[in-house]
Design a binder for this molecule. Structure first.
Ligand SMILES: Nc1ncnc2c1ncn2[C@@H]1O[C@H](COP(=O)(O)OP(=O)(O)O)[C@@H](O)[C@H]1O
Ligand SMILES: [Mg+2]
Length: 224
């Protein structure tokens, strides 16, 4: 059983999707939301996982390993408060619960981050990128891209330019996944995270104009 969490806690294995804007959110809206998405399994371990009322908490119980002569004081119970448990949830309903409001806030000028963490195989890539061969199973990033372009189309009174960057941080090293410059083995050392009063950005990261949803999706799926 494995659980990918969608939240803002940092981990070495994580997948993050930023929406950049200039304005900062008010303290009230700035609250971090945390969700647990449980990966579907043939037999759900009902004796080990219990969801609280309204699916706003999760209790986990691990059976104690009782080998003869060994004192085992390992923790066996955990309880977490959450904004929601996504159990047997479709990609569509995960997007509604986790991303739709955040993306629309980003379009109104608020910064937003969606981050996903969990052990290998827990479903982070499935949640964030999704299955590329099936439209129904596409993940948060392609859905967010679609929402952005739909909103741009609706705002006929404004002139909006969309640019896309795709950054990987692996073992503390920054990799520009859309770089047109060939990689050398030392990584993209010309890049640096810089803080300006206007916000944080990655100096040297390539930005690619994407006027249509299709351009952005091509960049996403051709990235390496
Ligand atoms: N909610 C889900 N429903 C169906 N299949 C899933 C789900 N989550 C993960 N999988 C499948 O489990 C496997 C591992 O998921 P993956 O997203 O690659 O894990 P991670 O990126 O966390 O290592 C993949 O084959 C993926 O398609
Ligand atoms: Mg993955």
């Amino acid at each position: 059983m494995s659980i990918p969490c969608i939240s803002t806690t940092s981990d070495t294995r994580n997948e993050t999707c930023w929406f950049d804007s200039k304005v900062t959110m008010s303290a009230k809206e700035n609250k971090v939301h945390a969700f647990v998405r449980v990966k579907p399994t043939a037999n759900f371990p009902e004796d080990m996982i219990k969801y609280g009322p309204d699916n706003k908490s999760i209790d986990i119980y691990i059976r104690r390993d009782i080998r003869k002569g060994v004192v085992n004081n390992k923790q066996t119970d955990w309880s977490f408060k959450l904004d929601g448990v996504l159990h047997n949830a479709s990609q569509d309903s995960v997007y509604d619960a986790v991303a739709r409001d955040l993306v629309s806030q980003a379009l109104n000028g608020y910064n937003g981050t969606i981050m996903c963490y969990g052990q290998t195989g827990a479903g982070k890539t499935y949640t964030m990128t999704g299955a590329t061969e099936s439209y129904k199973h596409r993940g948060i990033i392609p859905r967010a891209i679609q929402q952005v372009y739909r909103a741009v189309e609706e705002r006929i009174d404004q002139s909006i330019t969309v640019r896309m960057s795709y950054l990987e941080i692996y073992n503390e090293t920054l990799f520009d996944l859309l770089s047109t410059v060939p990689h050398d083995m030392s990584g993209d050392t010309h890049m640096a995270v810089v803080e300006y009063p206007q916000g944080v950005f990655v100096k040297g990261l390539s930005m690619h104009p994407a006027s249509h949803e299709e351009d952005a999706l091509n960049l996403l799926f051709e990235a390496r």
